[in-house]
Design a protein around this ligand. Structure first.
Ligand code: NDP
Length: 481
């Protein structure tokens, strides 16, 4: 798993062993599988200088030419899906059964989608009597992407693809916990014909991210991570009036009404809480269940939880792997302890598994109340909190009573109720009778403390380009003085 070198800059792997060593730990065993080094100031300088020079030339190319490179990269990623998925599993511990379908493939989707869109980016013509104006869509320049550890390949592509399609350069800093996958994305882009310097990967902790954000040559920053880090990075970007996209955490509600199909709602709640071992920002971790279906829901959920195969993530029969790191496992276990101490009813799970690696049993708490820590704070693990409710107005008010607003879900067979409730939910993405689907064609992002800006879809173009308006005078200037 040892990469050729720690960084990928100006079209090639770059090493500088004077940077602080970062050990890459396989979460399923706790073994060190690779080592990279944090970027030194000299490495950061190389990344910035090469990106700045390359971007000027890239912006001059037609959108169709740019898009062709991205679509070729998408094809290469699909051809190597298995190899990339295995790497994703080593980097994160997520089950191969999942990474084969959700990680490199969704990265390829983003490259294909924005590759297709690149040639279709246009401004508009505005007729003003004899005069007219037109708008041009301009790239921003050098963009910085900072990734979280839960989707290292996907995040590298979700940020890189729209940035490159719009004529920008991207410098990507992966999470120090999962440094391996983004290097492959960079190498594949170059193999697909991307000119050197346009997609650079530099490793490091928060300090490296911060040095990039604060450099005046950087025009935009896009972060996926926690709310506290988002506040710091957003403030640093604002200090220099930079563009910013903040893709942050949540404590999203999933509401199950008495009239829902219970089996379908259980499936939705499974995906909303257990997928990626619970390490998904949009997870619906506050599951509000109307009292009439509570018992049936809990009984069926517990039965299906018991059937989850937890174990070796490289075994394709395994559903769930370990937590990404020992530190994240400890956070999750501390919330489980709080849930027990604060009086929630443990339905299943609730413990670390006795085996190597960072495994936590899928855990469900019932009788959770709004004030409990497990109902208020983002846990980022396989821990579901079930809260009872009586009626629609009550549940909408309680669902919105959070500083977050990333996502929300609702299960009901009443079509008017579905749309009425969704209209009132304070969330960037809502799902009706499904959960956690985030195809590239649909904008994704949060409201309130869950972030600003949108990733994916045509909406992302707005966040990686800006409009230049050009007014053309066709008659002599009419000046009164
Ligand atoms: P962080 O928010 O701490 O880190 C996200 C990224 O930002 C990492 O690459 C991190 O580097 C970098 N970073 C940290 N500080 C700065 C800074 N001052 N300037 C620039 N970059 C910085 O998330 P973690 O990965 O540590 O996860 C912690 C929590 O975040 C989780 O428990 C979960 O609640 C939430 N989270 C949310 C995700 C989402 O999708 N919205 C995804 C993952 C986590 P490094 O990690 O190398 O220090």
């Amino acid at each position: 798993m040892q990469p050729t070198a720690s960084h990928f800059i100006n079209g090639r792997y770059v090493e500088d062993t004077t940077g602080e060593a970062i050990e890459v730990i396989y979460p399923a065993t706790g073994e060190v599988i690779a080592q990279v080094h944090a970027a030194t100031p000299a490495v950061i300088e190389q990344a910035l200088a090469s990106a700045e020079a390359a971007q000027r030339e890239w912006a001059k190319r037609s959108g169709t030419e740019r898009g062709r490179v991205l679509r070729r990269a998408a094809d290469i990623i699909r051809e190597r899906n298995r190899e990339l998925s295995i790497l994703e599993t080593y980097d994160t511990g997520k089950a191969l059964q999942e990474t084969l379908y959700a990680d490199a493939t969704s990265g390829a989707d983003a490259l294909e989608y924005f590759g297709g869109l690149a040639g279709a980016l246009t401004g508009e013509h505005i007729q003003l009597g004899a005069d007219f104006a037109y708008t041009k869509r301009m790239p921003l320049g050098v963009c910085v992407g900072i990734g979280a550890w839960n989707y290292p390949t996907q995040i590298a592509c979700w940020k890189g693809a729209p940035a490159l399609a719009c004529g920008n350069a991207m410098i990507f800093k992966p999470s120090e916990t999962t440094p391996l996958c983004a290097l492959k994305v960079a190498a594949i882009l170059v193999e697909a014909g991307l000119p050197a310097g346009l997609y650079n990967v530099v490793q490091g902790m928060g300090a490296v991210g911060s040095a990039l954000v604060e450099d005046p040559r950087v025009a935009k920053v896009s972060l996926t991570g926690s709310v506290p880090t988002g506040k710091k990075v957003y403030a640093a970007a604002a200090a220099q009036m930079k563009h910013a996209t903040m893709e942050l955490g949540g404590k999203s509600p999933l509401i199950i009404f008495n009239d829902a199909d219970v089996e379908n709602a259980v499936s939705g709640a499974m995906l909303a809480n257990m997928y990626s071992t619970g390490q998904v920002c949009s997870n619906g971790t506050r599951v509000f269940v109307q009292k009439g279906v509570k018992d049936a829901f809990l009984e069926r959920f517990a039965e299906r939880c018991a059937a989850i195969k937890l174990g070796d993530p490289l075994d394709e029969e395994t559903h769930l792997g370990p937590m990404v790191s020992e530190a994240q496992m400890d956070i999750v276990l501390s919330y489980i302890a709080k849930g027990k101490a604060e009086g929630a009813t443990l339905v299943c799970g609730g413990e670390q598994l006795e085996r190597d690696g960072f495994y936590v049993a899928p855990t469900v708490f019932a009788d959770v109340t709004d004030g409990m820590s497990i109902a208020k704070e983002e846990i980022f693990g396989p821990v579901m909190a079930v809260l009872d409710f009586e009626d629609e107005d009550e549940v909408i008010a309680r669902a919105n009573d959070t500083p977050y607003g990333l996502s929300a879900g609702i299960f009901t067979n009443d079509i008017t109720r579905a749309h009425r409730v969704v209209d009132q939910l304070e969330a960037g993405t809502c799902w009706i009778n499904t959960y956690n689907l985030a195809p590239v064609e649909v904008p994704f992002g949060g409201v309130k403390a869950s972030g600003v800006g949108r990733e994916n879809a045509k909406a992302a173009i707005e966040h990686y380009s800006e409009i230049k308006s050009v007014y053309v005078g066709m008659t002599p200037v009419d000046s009164a003085y």
